[in-house]
Design a protein around this ligand. Structure first.
Ligand code: HSE
Length: 372
């Protein structure tokens, strides 16, 4: 029976992954072993089955007795342990949600509804490292897979509206703590029907700018504001998050001629759904109905939302999509720039298709590959 080790299952992505695996009844047909970097001997997650006490996530001997290791522990862990067990001659499959190994020659970025053929050829050529993509990139590709497959896309500009969850669990809490401060300081004014919006705004702005406003994790207010900077700077003037748009999209799709993807990545006060406003340059004037059909038929999670207010408000918001696997695409139309320019808006859950789901699915694909 396959032995599969799970590391980092308690963190945010890890626990969403565990939740999805439980939901889908994935814990069968293999022997799971749960590892920890802080609580050796402790109790593992409740998966509805007997599991042994937690093992040491730094025990490379034990780790190298696994057929597959699934880690959501983060980049530092990956950078330390993955080369160590490979040095020991470990030939197992390393499945990772962190970005550390994404651009390595012998790794594949996984998003199977979009690049199943890339994954399959990786498996048959004995590639052993499979890494989840950047959430923004994966969600954009899930939304556009049908159009991208048509070969009509010349370039894409993506202006993002990224949720707090992309920055981590502490940031999600900080966003709500910031909202809480703003709610408390304006409560008296809100309760008074005679108070003006300008008076409320003054109190809010004063608090956003005060030294006591909770900004330890974001470094700036997010509630009542936005932050147009995500990740570290690159020489190009892009942020690393913006750089990944091009680098990872083309790597996932294994494009022969790379498709330029660029834009501005912005953090907004959504909890766990990333949204993106897209400008898509097509090679020719493809009728919008055809574009719409291509998008709709891209994969079974895409939902085409008609370009009207009611449908948009009902289906195309983080509030509507949070916690679901649906990837709606809407606001679809040709732009004034010319008939080859299409705009669209998409929303997707950053922790599901953006992180845990591609990992859950590649695990099943590898299990199937090993059992077949
Ligand atoms: N880097 C992304 C973000 C999340 O900050 O939103 C992970 O892909």
């Amino acid at each position: 029976m396959l032995r599969i080790g799970f590391v980092g299952w308690r963190g945010m992505v890890g626990s969403v992954l565990m939740g999805r695996m439980r939901e889908e009844g994935d814990f069968k047909g293999f022997e799971p072993l749960f590892f920890t970097t802080s609580n050796v001997g402790g109790e593992g997650p409740d998966m509805g089955l007997e599991i042994p006490p937690l093992k040491d996530g730094y025990d490379v001997e034990l780790l190298s007795s696994m057929d597959i290791i699934v880690t959501c522990q983060g980049g530092d862990y990956t950078k330390r342990i993955s080369p160590e067990i490979r040095r020991l001659g470990w030939k197992g499959y390393w499945i990772d949600s962190a970005s550390a190994l994404r651009m390595e020659d012998d790794s594949i970025i996984v998003l199977d509804p979009v690049n199943r053929s890339v994954i399959d050829s990786g498996l048959s050529s004995d590639i052993k490292t499979y890494v989840g993509g950047n959430c923004t990139v994966s969600l954009m590709l899930m939304a556009l897979s049908g159009l991208l497959a048509s070969g009509h896309v010349e370039w894409i500009s993506s202006m993002t509206y990224q949720a707090a969850s992309g920055a981590g669990a502490k940031n999600m809490k900080e966003l709500i703590a910031q909202m809480d401060v703003l709610g408390s300081v304006s409560k008296a004014l809100l309760d008074d029907p005679a108070s003006t919006a300008i008076a409320i705004d003054e109190v809010v702005t004063q608090n956003l700018r005060s030294n006591t406003f909770p900004t330890e994790n974001f470094g700036a207010p997010l509630a009542g504001s936005i932050i147009p900077w995500i990740d570290s700077p690159m020489d190009s003037g892009q942020t690393r998050e913006e750089w990944k748009g091009y680098a990872e999209s083309n790597r996932i799709l294994q494009t022969r001629t790379p498709i330029p993807v660029d834009g501005v990545c912005v953090r907004v006060g959504a909890m766990r759904c990333h949204s993106q406003g897209l400008t898509i340059k097509l090679g020719t004037d493809v009728p919008i109905d055809e574009v719409s059909d291509m998008l709709k038929n891209g994969n079974r999670w895409v939902q085409l939302v008609s370009n009207d207010k009611e449908s948009t408000l009902q289906h195309l918001t983080p509030a509507a999509v949070n916690g679901t696997l649906t990837v709606p695409v809407g606001r679809l139309r040709k732009m004034l720039m010319g008939p080859e320019y299409v705009t669209a808006f998409t929303v997707g859950d950053q922790l599901l298709w953006g992180a845990a789901e591609p990992i859950r699915r590649i695990l099943n694909i590898i299990i199937e590959h090993l059992s077949g």
